[in-house]
Design a protein around this ligand. Sequence first.
Ligand code: TYD
Length: 205
Amino acid sequence: MTLEGGEGAGKSTQARLLVAALAARGIDAVLTREPGGTPLAEAIRGLLLTEGEGPGLRTEALLFAAARADHVARLIAPSLAEGKWVVCDRFVDSSRAYQGGGSGLPDAEILALHRVGSETLLPELTLLIEVDPEVAIQRTAARDGDASDRIGGRDAAYHARVAAAFNQFATAEPDRFARIDGNGSPEQTHAAIMAAIDAARWGPA
Ligand code: TYD
């Protein structure tokens, strides 16, 4: 399953709380993130997020897809094959929202890269953590100060397009997406996530 959302949504905190809660239920879940999760993909993360001119849009999309391909082949697919759950902080929907909605690459092109790189592997459940823009700005300022990464530091209009894209994906695929209100405390958001998992058709009884 994946967690998605914009900057300052609290995904990483929630991913950790979720894996701990699953462990308490006896479920062996692997916690991982994108871009990253394997040594090669973490190296690509460095290329993508370091300040500076950075890659052009198409190169950026290809690098995210390449990092994901390694992550899927070396960590995600083998973990699933062993019967483990995988909790991933960002996945292909982030490429669709940022390189697509934010930057303008057509969704079909991003999905084509995902087909080549990762055989179109999709999560069974995507938790979309939604926060109001003011809350997101406060949280990222508290966390990063002036040190936001190359993509996180893009302007408010860019992040508004990202949020709109996520919203559109959740509307288009209601069976895969669960919308989570992330404006409250970490405990409240965690409770909403566990409720969404229990409500999912395939979720633990
Ligand atoms: P991350 O540390 O996950 O950011 P945050 O903590 O804000 O979630 O950094 C990932 C950045 O990369 C974030 O700005 C979103 C962006 N990104 C993409 O643009 N495309 C992608 O496919 C992925 C996985 C992330």
